[in-house]
Design a protein around this ligand. Sequence first.
Ligand SMILES: [Zn+2]
Length: 284
Amino acid sequence: MTSDTFSFKMGSFQFTTIADGVSKRDFQSVADLFPDAPRPSFLKALKEEHANQQPLDWSMNCLFVQTRDHNILVDTGIGPREEGKSGQLMDRLKGISELSSVDTVIITHCHGDHIGGLVNAEGKLTFPNADYLMQDSEWEHWMGEEGVVEKANQEYAHTLRSKLHPIQERTDFFKGKKELLPGIWSVPAPGHTPGHIGLLFESEGQTLLDLSDTLHTRVQFTHPDWSPRFDTDGKKAAQTRREMLTIAAEEHHLTLFYHLAHPGLGTIQQKGEGFKWQPREGEH
Ligand SMILES: [Zn+2]
């Protein structure tokens, strides 16, 4: 076990967060991702939230869940890359379990840093024994005839589709809030992408709420209305962010975010017009 993985038990569920990789970002480069936020206010809030310490960790926190009957992976990281660094998820997961032991892969949404690991460098399924779960509207957004990617970056669209085609036959497309597996519910969280979901895990009265890309940087706890440029619908994303953070605070869920510093776990309280993030004790 290294600082790139973090395991904990909750009821009958064994959770392990696995960092697929971490990039270091200075404040300016984070601010560049939020062109619609007023720059001076954004930088001031960012400095306060991080006690003026930069660069900050921009992580990719995948989640491995072992239940009595299933080995479940939530999102697959960036996967193999010809240029630059490939994702570390597979190597780190192998330290815990065989890739062939994963029987379910849940996809929160189809951005490249979440589905890149669906296939390996040879184009074969990384998890040969897995079935896949995805909200139907997310598939439709990227793969449907009316898919927005037709009009967007063709190369990006082509890469995404080459990752998604191989899983089509093995994917169960669901709609809305649904119990996907015993104790595991989808929580629709649209805005970042149309079919983006969170997940609520509950075992023996304890809960974990995985909000994935509902939020990308800690500044958005105090300023939930600020959306980054890669939120497909920034206004909808802001509305969803506020709703989800309110639920997390009111229902006292341990909460996980994909891009916060690994392990990306903490609790949320309402504070003034926004929220306060309390990273899980012992973490930073
Ligand atoms: Zn992401």
